[in-house]
Design a protein around this ligand. Structure first.
Ligand code: PLP
Length: 448
């Protein structure tokens, strides 16, 4: 009965853990020894058993302002009480307009228009759809091919996996979008090992786009999408000059350039957007994660004037772009976004990340020579640490490192196969950077 149900005390048991099919997780292993997190504040998570866990990963690269920050929490509470939902199809509400104008002011160049969605995956698909539609409305409808890059990650939608370059994310799902192709990735340990910031070697790898143009012809190519720094596949900073060269080749052939800044925007590389750091203006930027500091799901794309204006030529009563989500520009998400941008500005968190970059790199590279370390790469407030894989068992050592860090060293680190990726909230200071890398050192020494 209802009364009985109300009296039932929730106790974690194997059965309770069973129902949730967890994403990107070995479910059976997790459920035997779960890593449950019950609350968070600033730089720390608190495990269900009460232990403080240092957040070395800003959650999933998103909690850039730290956790449960007062001004963001209050803005969310206020907005939920004042306007919980309003459609943005044919109607509108002030917060979404406010956030759009804040973002476009923050963005470089004439990235003057913002379209909202709810995640990085939707942002990638939105960007690719806008690119295709742009060529359609400008009379270049033969441009349907989308180009990504090996080791790229653009989320899990059909568009994103088509241009993404991670085999397991693709191979179980058929061919996804036909006609997608990929640039070669930019990592070469022989030429780039232990790089700090942008590797010196590798600008010429952008010329791979010329190869694809020669193969497919420019008239069939709509857009190229790359992460300025590839995060999810192990922290691959762009070689010096690479992104500029990619921009030049796109310009030469009328191909749109999309930067997927889901990770790199909002201070991770010391600027509002990586486009600013690299002095390269893409036609479209995707964002998500840090825009709300991870508090409420929100993603979107920023587009340049020529993209938006190309759609504005039909009859004024007609819809210009047949795309959108029920929760596009959700009021609570928009309020969280505005409050988060305020906090980044008021606390100077992007500048703080930039100022800490050298010190961060020193601390990370001091792990060189520790057991199993094969390469270390740093950029902004990000570090990638490649571990030698256990022979015949790729991914096992990385997975063990993540578990050891959490259970024995009170630290959340992120792994992708045998690479550790560290990307703390930008409120971190020198002390905590020291603590984070000390814990990582102890983890490395504890591994088989
Ligand atoms: N694009 C990039 C570059 C990402 O790093 C991610 C997530 O890590 C995504 C897209 C997908 O974002 P979401 O998980 O919010 O769909």
């Amino acid at each position: 009965s209802e009364a009985q149900a109300a009296e039932t005390v929730w106790e974690p048991s194997p059965n309770d853990l069973e129902s949730f099919w967890m994403p990107f997780t070995p479910n059976r292993d997790f459920k035997q020894a779960p890593r449950l997190i019950s609350r968070a504040k600033d730089m720390h998570y608190y495990a269900a058993d009460g232990r403080a866990i240092m957040d070395g990963t800003a959650g999933l690269w998103c909690s850039n302002a730290g956790h449960c920050r007062g001004p963001i929490v209050e803005a969310i509470q206020r907005q939920a009480a004042e306007l919980d939902f309003a459609p943005n199809f044919q109607f509108g509400h002030p917060k979404a307009f406010e956030l759009a104008s804040r973002l476009t002011t923050l963005a470089p160049g004439d990235l003057n228009y913002a379209f909202f969605c709810n995640s990085g995956s939707e942002a990638a698909d939105t960007a690719l759809k806008i690119a295709l539609a742009y060529h359609n409305v400008t009379g270049a409808g033969s441009r349907t091919r989308l180009i990504g890059r090996e080791r790229g990650y653009h989320g899990v939608g059909f568009g994103g996996i088509s241009v993404g370059g991670i085999a397991p994310n693709r191979k179980f799902f058929g061919t996804a979008l036909a006609g997608a192709d990929h640039l070669r990735h930019t990592y070469d340990r022989e030429h780039q090992a232990y790089s700090r910031g942008e590797p010196e070697w590798g600008a010429h790898l952008a010329d791979d786009l010329e190869r694809l143009v020669a193969l497919h012809d420019a008239s069939t190519i709509a857009a190229v999408i790359v992460e300025p720094m590839a995060g999810s596949t192990g922290v691959l900073a762009p070689p010096k000059g690479y992104l500029k060269r990619l921009r030049e080749i796109c310009d030469r052939h009328g191909i749109l350039l999309v930067f997927d800044e889901v990770i790199t925007a909002f201070g991770r590389l010391g600027h509002a957007f990586a486009a600013e750091r690299y002095g390269v203006l893409p036609d479209i930027i995707t964002f998500a994660k840090g825009v709300t500091g991870g508090t409420i799901p929100l993603g979107g794309v920023l587009v340049r004037d020529h993209i938006y204006q190309a759609f504005m030529n039909g009859p004024e009563h007609a819809i210009e772009l047949f795309h959108g989500y029920t929760y596009t520009g959700h009021p609570v998400a928009a309020a969280a976004g505005v409050a988060t941008l305020d906090l980044y500005r008021d606390e100077g968190l992007f500048e703080r990340a930039l100022a800490l970059e050298e010190m961060w790199a020193d601390a990370a590279h001091a792990l060189r020579g520790e057991p199993h370390v094969a390469d270390i790469r740093t950029i902004g407030l990000v570090a990638g640490i490649d571990l030698e894989p256990v022979e015949g068992k790729p991914g096992q050592r990385g997975y063990q490192a993540m578990k050891t860090a959490f259970h024995d060293h009170d630290t959340m680190i992120r792994i992708t196969a045998d690479t550790i990726a560290l990307s703390p909230p930008l409120i971190i200071g020198e002390d905590k950077i020291g603590q984070l890398f000390d814990a990582t050192r102890r983890v490395l020494r504890a591994l088989d």
